[in-house]
Design a protein around this ligand. Structure first.
Ligand code: MN
Length: 230
């Protein structure tokens, strides 16, 4: 069974359950544990999770008034893990903060506060229930994300998602494609094109493990991890 390293956050249970249901064996990794190099030497896939804001100094900006930091040490640990993971080609799946972190680690920037910086923005912070549908996203045809979600989209390109974020990707890191946007233009998914599995979504697919709407995303990660020889 492929070992999937999941970046620690304050609420792990849905991530852990989603990986288990997709056939992976989850292990939690964080700033107080092993180095990224040791982690990459013994796992088959990486999953980055939700949480607080990435420090904007990491993409060269001052802090917006709404800045809500992640746990101490997470930014540095996760950026080191992400850079090493992308360089190694290990299957990598990033969720919410994880997608923002991936973009910053690879040289991109973020919109720091959607409500005050995106005119006409849809509600992207719908807290409860955690699987509540907040808005639709338009998925790019031909993307890996589109293939993974093929059985879940009614018309081949529209998908309804939950949403708990006040930040989003602004300048997309070099080498990445935007693979989903919401109707207000907010970037909702990105991936690295090519044979590797490097996929990121802005919504929270892990909150749907009971009903399985997004199980194919976790299965995609686990299958790619299973196919890779360490
Ligand atoms: Mn959203």
């Amino acid at each position: 069974m492929p070992l999937i390293a999941i970046a620690q956050n304050r609420r792990m249970s849905d991530y852990v359950e989603s990986v288990r249901r997709a056939g992976g064996e989850p292990i939690e990794v964080g700033a107080d544990g092993e180095s990224p190099e040791h982690i990459l030497a013994r796992v088959d896939g990486i999953m980055l999770t939700g949480g607080g804001d990435v420090d904007p100094k990491l993409y060269g900006e001052a802090r917006h008034a709404t800045f809500d930091p992640a746990e101490s040490g997470r930014d540095a640990f996760e950026i080191a893990l992400t850079k090493a993971a992308v360089a190694s080609g290990i299957p990598y799946f990033a969720i919410c903060r994880g997608m923002q972190l991936l973009n910053v680690a690879m040289g991109g920037s973020l919109i720091q506060d959607i409500p005050s910086q995106v005119p006409g923005a849809l509600p992207h912070a719908v807290p409860e229930p955690r699987f509540a549908i907040a808005h639709e996203v338009w998925v790019s045809k031909g993307s890996r994300l589109s293939a993974l979600l093929a059985d879940h989209m009614e018309d081949g390109e529209t998908c309804h998602v939950n949403s708990r974020h006040h930040q989003s990707v602004q300048r997309v890191a070099n080498g990445f494609d935007v693979t989903a946007t919401s109707p207000d233009g907010v970037i909702e998914a990105m991936e690295q094109p090519g044979d590797g599995f490097c996929v990121a979504v802005q919504w929270h697919p892990e909150n749907f493990w009971r009903t399985g709407e997004f199980r194919s995303l976790f299965e995609g990660l686990v299958q790619a991890a299973n196919a890779r020889t360490r």
